[in-house]
Design a protein around this ligand. Structure first.
Ligand code: GAP
Length: 451
């Protein structure tokens, strides 16, 4: 990472803390590694992204439905899914500091070789042949696999507690509920089930910032299809997911799709394509398109005894539906959107977020604080916008210029100033975040302009 890029990352971390987007979790107790809390503005941004995604991929689609599954499910779910056995990162330990690292990251950072998916033996060979040391310059231990599932003890009686797992990906409740959804909703394939929610992983290497955390949120869509249609849906989701990202304002030059190599793929994937963003620390994945074949339903069938065979009415053909998955990290997407929107223009910092994603759609200012008629009128405008359900900020501190700067920094698209003229003609000044242009607008037209 160049000095300049490092500075940008540090500025985002500091801005998002100072302005109420993202706080290091449990800070009063000294913090808790790789865990963050989302402040009032961060909570708004997350809610806005969730709603836009759900509206696009669920509400508007006749063949896609939503689900809200449990965080902790039967432990057999994670045996069937293959996570208990295969959801592991290979790691190495610094023999002096005893810090542990993801082996593929250490290798990639020191040699540029992509080692994700390599076995412990392959990692050991690479370490020896390339004389790789830890980031602190010390010798490394032999590589070992480390399971990423987060275990929890469930139950009230001390010696009768069951070990279960916090879900490692949101899609598993979608798979084991396939028959229930199909029957209760009277659906024929192809159809999709989507879910937004938390997932947990005991990540070895975390960060930077909210890029990789142990608790995060995913938005996942599983399309159940006939095997012959899998390609069509895979391509459809590639295009659709990119179009959606562009529609919410992401700069397409910092966006690319990259097909995963065989050894990078998770145990359940036949084909996998990553959506990557050009972060200051390189091109990194934030979205995945996966052709999971019949792995999931077949395994859940084998482990539970449930019959997941599907009979096509028209042809009488029986088969286990295949799955095409579109998965995107919500918290990682928020990070992408913040990085992408951050701009330093002349003397101001601007978060040029799409207005639908910005935490506030507008801010209302009384021009002065010592003229009660102006303050009252501004409060009326503010309360009207709130009642209309438009997320709006109020600011009466300092001069107007400073208030603009303060709103630019949190991405507020429109600043509304109530002034002396408002008392005469019921119009206000609306200043645009991106162009800084101002125009006079009748108060009754504000909701149309902003809402
Ligand atoms: N169901 C498939 C699945 O979970 P994945 O590639 O492991 O696939 C999908 O995860 C997305 O979830 C990633 O592209 C990323 O955006 C997000 N994600 C995964 N691990 C994460 C972590 N530790 N912190 C934040 N986001 C993560």
């Amino acid at each position: 990472m160049s000095e300049q890029e490092h500075v940008t990352l540090q500025k985002i971390i500091s801005l998002t803390k100072r302005r109420g987007f993202v706080y290091p979790s449990s800070e009063i107790y000294g913090g808790w590694e790789a865990t963050y809390d989302f402040g009032p503005l961060g909570a708004e941004v997350l809610r806005n992204i969730r709603n836009l995604w759900w509206e696009e991929f669920v509400t508007k689609q006749p063949d896609i439905m939503g689900l809200d599954g449990a965080l902790i499910s039967h432990p057999r779910v994670w045996e069937a899914s293959g996570h208990v056995e295969s959801f592991a990162d290979v790691m190495v330990e610094d023999l002096v500091t005893h810090r542990r690292y993801r082996a593929d990251h250490v290798i990639e950072e020191s040699t540029g070789i992509v080692a994700d998916g390599s076995s412990p033996q392959e990692i050991d060979d690479l370490i020896v042949s390339h004389k790789i040391k830890s980031p602190a310059g010390n010798p490394l231990s032999k590589a070992k696999s480390f399971n990423s599932l987060v275990e929890v003890q469930v139950g009230t009686v001390e010696n009768a507690k069951t070990t279960a797992y916090l879900r490692g990906e949101t899609c598993q409740p979608i798979f084991y509920n396939f028959n229930l959804v199909r029957e209760s909703m009277r659906k024929k394939i192809p159809f999709g089930i989507a879910q937004i929610g938390k997932a947990f992983r005991n990540e070895i290497k975390v960060g930077p910032f909210i890029f990789r955390t142990r608790e995060f949120e995913q938005m996942e869509l599983e399309m159940f299809v006939h095997p012959r249609e899998a390609d069509i849906y895979f391509d459809r989701f590639k295009m659709w997911s990119l179009e959606w990202l562009k529609s919410i304002g992401l700069n397409s030059e910092r966006l690319r799709l990259r097909d995963q190599e065989f050894k990078e793929r998770a145990h359940y994937n036949k084909i996998a394509t990553d959506g990557e963003y050009n972060f200051p620390f390189g091109w990194k994945e934030f979205m995945g398109l996966h052709y999971r074949g019949d792995w999931d339903l077949k395994r859940h069938g084998e482990f539970s005894g449930e019959n997941f065979m599907y009979k096509e009415e028209e042809t009488g053909e029986e088969f286990i539906p295949h799955i095409v998955e579109y998965s995107i990290g919500l918290t990682r997407l928020m990070f992408v959107l913040l990085m992408d929107a951050y701009k330093e223009l002349d003397d101001r910092v601007v978060l040029s977020l799409d207005p639908r994603i910005a935490p506030y759609k507008a801010a209302v200012f009384p021009l002065v604080r010592n003229k009660p008629e102006i303050v009252e009128k501004a409060q009326d405008v503010y309360n009207t916008l709130l009642r209309l359900g438009i997320s709006t900020d109020w600011d009466d501190r300092g001069n107007i210029g400073k208030r603009y700067l303060s709103q630019d920094e949190i991405g507020t698209p429109s600043c509304i100033t109530v002034d002396y003229q408002t008392l005469d003609d019921n119009t206000v000044t609306v200043r645009n975040r991106d162009t800084t242009e101002q125009m006079r607008v009748p108060i009754e037209e504000l909701d149309e302009l902003i809402g």
